[in-house]
Design a protein around this ligand. Structure first.
Ligand code: PEP
Length: 254
């Protein structure tokens, strides 16, 4: 089953409006008219509008890094899925490891956010992955199973095309330590088996599973060469077109 590769940039809490706009233009130029790969960038909420405008005319999508699960209410400082949709966001990252581990988001909360994103007709990229301690105590599979099973009540076949998973081992995020292609492939195959358990084999085979964790120009090729690695979610190296451009180019353009 061939799945179109997706290269995604998570800009986290970085950049100014001006730099975000310039980076958006550079990403749009690097993506060019490529129709063999997808590209999406996740700027900070306050840069969504300007990034969207600077991507206009390209096929690069813009997404948000998080959302609140309720549609409105007394939740000071939060942003809802309908607000994101209204801003032109096409995707939302859900359950990024920094949300889970720094801000204490539970599996149930991640599932509620996924439901909000899908209900608002945007695509969701759900992040899963184990910590170093969990890997070292051989609990990787158990963690992935728990995180994916938590989505079971939300996902349905009709969501196909608006749902992807990013396997991001927490020990590889922002640490410079990348999973070897073999470790990534093993985890991706496990993610796909777990997805098959809730969505059926056919939809699981069609669901993109991206790898994230210290991706750089030097390791993008090898990771993308794994049969179950359908794309890359890039943090640090997505902030600069000198590094993001070559990562994007590692995915076939036609
Ligand atoms: C991320 O933020 O999703 C990520 C993978 O970060 P980095 O590439 O910096 O490890």
């Amino acid at each position: 089953m061939s799945r179109m590769p997706i290269i995604a940039g998570n800009w986290k809490m970085h950049l100014t409006r001006r730099r975000a706009a310039a980076l958006a233009r550079a990403v749009a130029a690097a993506q060019g008219q490529a129709d063999g790969r997808r590209c999406v960038v996740f700027p900070a909420f306050v840069h969504l509008e300007i990034v969207r405008r600077n991507l206009k005319g390209s096929n690069v999508q813009v997404g948000a890094q998080n959302c609140h699960e309720m549609k409105e209410g007394a939740f000071t400082g939060e942003i809802s899925a309908p607000m994101l949709r209204d801003m032109g966001a096409q995707q939302v990252l859900v359950g990024h490891s920094e949300r889970r581990h720094v801000f204490g988001e539970t599996d149930a909360r991640v599932a509620a956010k996924l439901a909000a994103v899908l209900a608002n007709r945007m695509a969701a990229m759900v992040c899963v992955g184990e910590t170093l301690e969990e890997r070292e105590s051989e609990r990787t599979l158990e963690v992935l199973q728990r995180q994916i099973q938590a989505l079971a009540g939300v996902l349905r076949a009709e969501h196909h095309g608006r749902f992807s998973v990013a396997y991001e081992p927490v020990w590889a995020i922002g640490t410079g330590r990348t999973a070897t292609p073999r470790v990534a492939q093993e985890a991706h195959a496990a993610v796909r088996r777990l997805l098959a358990g809730i969505l059926g084999a056919e939809m699981a085979a069609r669901t993109p599973v991206l790898y994230g964790g210290s991706v750089k120009p030097g390791n993008a090729d090898e990771l993308l060469g794994q049969p179950d690695v359908d794309g890359l979610l890039v943090g640090g190296a997505s902030l600069d077109i000198e590094s993001f451009g070559p990562i994007l180019a590692a995915a076939p353009s036609a």
